[in-house]
Design a protein around this ligand. Structure first.
Ligand SMILES: Cc1cc2nc3c(=O)[nH]c(=O)nc-3n(C[C@H](O)[C@H](O)[C@H](O)COP(=O)(O)O)c2cc1C
Length: 176
């Protein structure tokens, strides 16, 4: 059983989540590869998939969605789990009292649910370094708007316990 953990990331924090999931699966005696979606050409050699992306402006990164759609024929036949990285901060609920992990569900998940019927999906808190060089037009634009930038909580909010627990659940299902 070989599992592919495929990720899309802009600033690197999602890579850390993907690698951590890989570590947990390996510790459960599964064979695992952790790769960027950009580097995977052929998915036929994998028996199961964990696919994750950072979320920006309510969307998964395009390369992750394209990967999932491009390989949907194989993915739909095999066990798949999806995860997303974002939101930022420590608040579990927003001003309206809504669960921030629910409101941060990327818009693509509804379509990917229908397309791939994943065994599970999860949103994890992410990380953002306010001093990192901006990537893309949106971030460069945001840099020009000090108020917008100040509104975004900076720091590493990744919840390693939640990540480990989710990965352990996947390992348990794959080994069953
Ligand atoms: C400009 C900007 C927009 C963002 N938009 C969202 C969003 O819409 N939803 C969300 O959950 N997180 C959002 N985030 C937080 C990122 O998803 C989070 O920082 C993530 O961990 C980044 O992953 P990466 O380091 O792999 O790129 C945003 C961050 C930035 C800087």
């Amino acid at each position: 059983m070989t599992v592919l953990v495929a990720y899309a990331s802009r600033h690197g924090s999602t890579v850390g989540i993907a690698e951590r999931i890989g570590d947990v699966l390996r510790a459960a005696d599964l064979s695992v590869e952790v790769q960027s979606v950009d580097d995977v050409r052929d998915v036929t050699g994998y028996d199961a998939f964990v696919i994750g992306s950072a979320a920006y402006m309510f969307h998964w990164l395009k390369q992750a969605t394209n990967f999932a759609k491009r390989h949907r024929a194989v993915l739909a036949e095999r066990p798949v789990w999806l995860f997303s990285s974002g939101p930022l901060g420590t608040d579990l609920v927003d001003k309206e009292g809504r669960d921030v992990l629910e409101t941060s569900r990327p818009k693509e998940f509804a379509e990917l649910q229908a397309l791939l019927q994943p065994r599970g999906e999860q949103v994890f808190f992410g990380a953002w370094d306010a001093d990192a060089a901006p990537i893309g037009v949106g971030e460069r634009f945001m840099g020009l708007l000090p108020k917008a930038k100040a509104a975004l909580p900076a720091g590493d909010f990744r919840d390693w316990d939640a990540i480990d627990a989710w990965a352990s659940e996947i390992a348990g299902q794959l080994r069953a």
